[in-house]
Design a protein around this ligand. Sequence first.
Ligand SMILES: Nc1ncnc2c1ncn2[C@@H]1O[C@H](COP(=O)(O)OP(=O)(O)OP(=O)(O)O)[C@@H](O)[C@H]1O
Ligand SMILES: [Mg+2]
Length: 352
Amino acid sequence: TMEEISDEKEKMEAILINMADGVIALNDEGMVIHINPVARQMLSLDEDITGQNFSSELKRLLNIDMKQLLSNDYDNSETLIKTKDAILKSIYAPLKRENRIVGHILVFQDITKQHRLEAMRKEFVANVSHELRTPLTTIKSYTETLLDGALEEAELSRQFMDVINNEADRMTRLVNNLLELSRLDNRETRWDIRPMDPGDILKEVITKMNVNIKRKGQTLKVSVPEKSPEVFVDKDKIEQVFQNILSNAYKYTPEGGKIFVDLKHADKTVKITFKDTGIGIPKEDLPRIFERFYRVDKTRSREMGGTGLGLSIAHEIIQAHDGEINIDSEPGRGTCVTIRLPAISQELARAD
Ligand SMILES: Nc1ncnc2c1ncn2[C@@H]1O[C@H](COP(=O)(O)OP(=O)(O)OP(=O)(O)O)[C@@H](O)[C@H]1O
Ligand SMILES: [Mg+2]
């Protein structure tokens, strides 16, 4: 009946309007017989082009050869299209009735996100390989020099062994950091969460680092209250975060510089700041500073034995604690890293 037909048509229309993919249907002469809103939006078409042929501009964008399409030997079933702000996958299928082609259908999927993830994955693998190869090259060439005769000279041998040892240490740090990140990524990290005063953890880290800081002639000013609200933390992980941030302040601040560590608590958060008077980070590097392997100066970081993963690990751990980590910096003046952790609410503590 008519009613059923119109139902079918409405159903079809509702599906086309609501689907996440863009759809364009052409008749056998290449005229648009349907285009859904998503397709129009994806292709930035202001007007409804139903009843029209593709403009030359659209043909170019879609990478479609109309002559080929209409002669029915169009076999380009999947193509990538770069629009102004997206990457689309276009899938072509002929519309057949009784083995005769009566039209053409193009489906568009927005694959911008997958594309970006894929690019990031490739970059990560390239970075890892490079970071592993650098120390390996050094180890190999120093070993060869030793075997070629340098071994006879005691003092030189010691120096070379020292370099080899340091490079091996760096590779170990790198692999450990990578394993840690991969556990965090795959949610395989076993968290040992307990209520703790973050100030106590902070004081422990400071005690451990203090020797190095003093040796470098830096002054360390600490302002941590006797007692602060407890937070739910994995002690080892938070210790690692504090250690990473404080060692950055120490590493990237010249001799005689100052480091300030400060813990305050507002109503619902505990705020920890690490401030230094070091070399700072240029504004343009700040947005990417938590990315894996991102470093302002690769050579300098490597010379200091850095892996470029310290901040990314800190970021992941703080996020897993429902906290926040921010960094602000000015080249030549210094850097300030702020960590915020949610304090255990008083009511909850009383209910205990
Ligand atoms: N306090 C700081 N002052 C100046 N630059 C900093 C500071 N903290 C971090 N950076 C910059 O950010 C980069 C990334 O830091 P991150 O801790 O992730 O790696 P790294 O210190 O190079 O290596 P690792 O942490 O393994 O020793 C550093 O290479 C450095 O360029
Ligand atoms: Mg670091």
